[in-house]
Structures are given as structure tokens and as C-alpha cells.
Design a protein around this ligand. Structure first.
Ligand code: MP5
Length: 223
């Protein structure tokens, strides 16, 4: 088995839990409320904005062969943020008026700490985890979402063929990095991937429960 699939296999229970998350199943089945979707929308907009330096860090730290493709992915985040703004306008949602919830804040801190301080291979495994997670999660939604739904552009963004090719490329590069890593280095990649999947589950859960901070509620937020 290729190492990129071993990453999922080693966390098969968590991966299944993520793909079976009620947010995704309800979105697929037409049972998700607009309010819950809009919570995800507002929080994920902040997440993508704040996570950009993580990818910038990979561009700077990675091997020369990653500079082009990851540089393009970084530039493409500007279009993705525009997609969020355009959809928010269409849905009558205000972006930027909300602070990052605890899960969002923690996930971003994890990305930045990993990007700046962990082995490059470990940080790359985290990036792969987040991108593959979104690819497969939105594929679940695609199975049942009405193609006319205002949420459909997000399905196309992450479940479509172009993103599938990018995730496949990342998988091949994960394999190359793993082949060059020590046994301990590969274990660090496995563990970091698992932490990423946990954050992905927590992020869907946050959309359902609300973006507050424990004990502080909506008064929370970053700063
Ligand atoms: C992604 C995302 C995908 N937007 N949000 C979360 C919580 N996880 C993964 O990353 P990208 O850079 O938007 O494709």
C-alpha cells in the first residue's frame, strides 16, 4: 500500500467518523439548516485566511520541485476567498463580523506551529491530510446535494476533478517524502496526519454546535 493510503489506514476509524459526520450527511440529505451552514461558511473563511501563511511556510521550506505547484496553490487561495465572499453575498451572510471559534483558533495554531517548527515531511503530511479530508468530505455532500443548491460551488471547488488531481499529486509527494524519511520520521507523519483528522472532525462539530469558546461562549474569539 502506498504510504499516503497508509496514513488513512492507520486512522481508519477517525477517517470514517469524519466522513460520517452529521454535518456532511445532513448537507447531503437536504437536512442541514442554513444557520449551521452559515456558521461553517463564516468560520472556514477565517480559517482559510489565517491558514495561508502555513502554505507559504511550506513553499519556503520545501524542496525546489514543490515551489511551483505549492506556489500556485497559495495564489489560488485568493480565488477561493473570493468564492467565499461571493457566496456569502448570495446567501446574505456577513463575513468578517465573527471571531474565530476555539476549534478554528486551535487548528490554525496547530498548522502554524507545524509549518514553522516540525519536519517538512510532517508538515506536508498535515497539509495532505487537510486537503484530502476536504476532498472526500465534499464528495459525501455531492452524493445527494441538489445541483441547484447555493452550496454547490463549494462542492465543485473541493470534490471536482481539478482538486482531485491536486490531492493525487500531494499523495505522490507524501510517498516521496516518506521514502526519504527515517522510520521515526514516518511515524511523526502518521501522528501529525491523525491530529489533522481530529481537527477536521472537530471543525464539522463546531459548525453544528456553534463557534464559541468553552466557558466564554460568543464573547470568546482570538483576542
Ligand atoms: C480545508 C478548509 C481545505 N478550507 N477548511 C478546513 C477546516 N480544512 C481543510 O483547505 P483549502 O486550502 O481551503 O483547500
Amino acid at each position: 500500500m502506498a504510504f499516503h493510503d497508509t496514513l488513512v489506514e492507520r486512522h481508519a476509524g477517525l477517517w470514517r467518523r469524519m466522513l460520517d459526520h452529521p454535518f456532511l450527511l445532513q448537507a447531503r440529505d437536504g437536512a442541514l439548516t442554513n444557520e449551521t451552514f452559515n456558521t461553517w461558511l463564516r468560520q472556514d473563511y477565517l480559517f482559510v485566511e489565517a491558514a495561508r501563511p502555513f502554505l507559504g511556510c511550506l513553499v519556503a521550506r520545501g524542496p525546489e520541485r514543490h515551489r511551483g505547484p505549492l506556489g500556485e496553490a497559495l495564489a489560488a487561495l485568493a480565488d477561493e476567498l473570493e468564492l467565499f465572499r461571493e457566496r456569502a453575498r448570495a446567501l446574505g451572510v456577513e463575513l468578517g463580523g465573527e471571531k474565530p471559534g476555539l476549534v478554528n483558533h486551535a487548528y490554525v495554531q496547530f498548522l502554524l506551529a507545524t509549518g514553522f517548527r516540525a519536519d517538512y515531511a510532517e508538515a506536508f503530511a498535515v497539509y495532505y491530510g487537510a486537503e484530502r479530508a476536504y476532498h472526500e468530505s465534499w464528495q459525501v455532500v455531492r452524493e445527494g446535494l441538489d445541483p441547484e443548491s447555493p452550496w454547490q460551488p463549494f462542492v465543485e471547488n473541493w470534490a471536482g476533478d481539478e482538486f482531485a488531481s491536486f490531492v493525487a499529486f500531494l499523495g505522490e509527494e507524501v510517498d516521496r517524502l516518506a521514502a526519504d524519511a527515517s522510520a521515526e520520521g514516518r511515524e511523526r507523519m502518521v501522528r501529525a496526519f491523525g491530529t489533522t483528522v481530529k481537527y477536521e472532525i472537530a471543525f464539522w462539530e463546531m459548525a453544528l454546535r456553534g463557534p464559541g469558546w468553552f466557558g466564554i461562549g460568543a464573547l470568546g474569539g482570538d483576542g
